[in-house]
Design a protein around this ligand. Sequence first.
Ligand SMILES: Cc1cc2nc3c(=O)[nH]c(=O)nc-3n(C[C@H](O)[C@H](O)[C@H](O)COP(=O)(O)O)c2cc1C
Length: 433
Amino acid sequence: MANWKLEDWQNYKKLILPDIPDLHKIEVYERHGGYEQIRKILDNPTEWTPKRVQEEVAKANIRGRGGAGFNAGLKWSFMPPKKPGVPRYLACNGDESEPGTYKDRRIFEYNPHLFIEGVLIACYAMEIDAAYVYIRGEYADWIDMMQRALDEAYAKGYIGKNIMGKGFNMEIYVHKGAGAYICGEETSLMESLEGKRAYPRSKPPFPAQYGLWGKPTTINNIDTLANVTLVMRMGADAYKAIGAPDHPGPILYGLQGHVKRPGLYEYPSGMLITDLIYKVGGGIRDGKKLKAVVPGGVSVPVLRADMIEGITMNTASLATVGTYMGTAGILVMDETVDMVKWLHRVTRFYHHESCGQCTPCREGTGWLEKLVGKFVEGIATERDYNLLLDLCDNMEGRTVCALADAAAWPVRNTIIRFKDEFYARIQKTTVLV
Ligand SMILES: Cc1cc2nc3c(=O)[nH]c(=O)nc-3n(C[C@H](O)[C@H](O)[C@H](O)COP(=O)(O)O)c2cc1C
């Protein structure tokens, strides 16, 4: 049974970003049990076969931290059997482009070796030869930090040829993105890594069959891979006991907007949204009232203040109010926020970031911005309101990737959940159409 209240986790010891000075340095990481899991595996290959490692990770039910929440170990099991002479790849998604999300960069900065060890374990489990760490171009400092950590790990023989003298070979490369939201989508990221324009690929075939350079590939978020090391350290059962059973483990909650103490906080999954806002974040600033919360990055449906009572940060609970965990980037908005203007800002982002490959997204995101803009100007009609819903119907699930869905969900949910505010902006004079 999971604990839901903050008080139950007063003694929670942070696992991903523990308060250990200089943990980013390899010697400090080693002193705190670093690289012992990959050593344990390589020292006992008959006990820790690749399949057994995969099963342990699948049992732990690490839900992908990139937003979609897919079981990491289960995803690994989709890789086909290894064929001699055919390379296989791991793509590590550090594009971190979802607005309101800034957790992966903290891992690069404060605990990069936890992630690197997770990459080594993943590559062992899937018999992969090379991993690419794709980091958004704007993260210049964090790219340097990651490279420094890799250099240290190479120098100590944790990466490269004949790792720890155990005949395990693998390479890890850092790749700098050029700064586009679409590059975080898994198949666009692969196109980008191959040096092409980042257009998403149609699926199937899925990356496990046809990934980087057409070879079997798995893609995981940085935070997901850091969690892999934790699972190997504590065992799947202990990991699963942290937080909510349907989305277990530590979560890096990004708390932003109108709270007194915004920031990135590590706690177990399953925290009450109200505890995060009022206890962790110190409540709403300037004595204002809460108006709305977006729980998982801007793409996921918004919640009105009256909807969050008793709702916890895990898939099952959030589903009861029609939203998702996403990246756990929580945007808190107080009563001063004009939801119409806010939504207009959101639609502008998606219009700018649509890659333009699929017509419903290329055209639809532009129309969403234009129509919400009419509400901002006070020249919208009821027909525009219905047209927005119709547009969402024609975008959701109709494109190669989920960017169109990510653009449509905030619109559909904001105009329904804050209908009065939108209706108040409908122009009062009759318009002949
Ligand atoms: C438009 C779009 C942008 C995305 N951006 C990111 C991102 O920046 N980082 C990320 O890890 N996943 C992102 N994703 C999700 C990835 O496609 C993929 O699900 C994820 O990297 C898989 O890793 P995980 O299973 O470990 O979460 C994005 C998806 C879409 C549709």
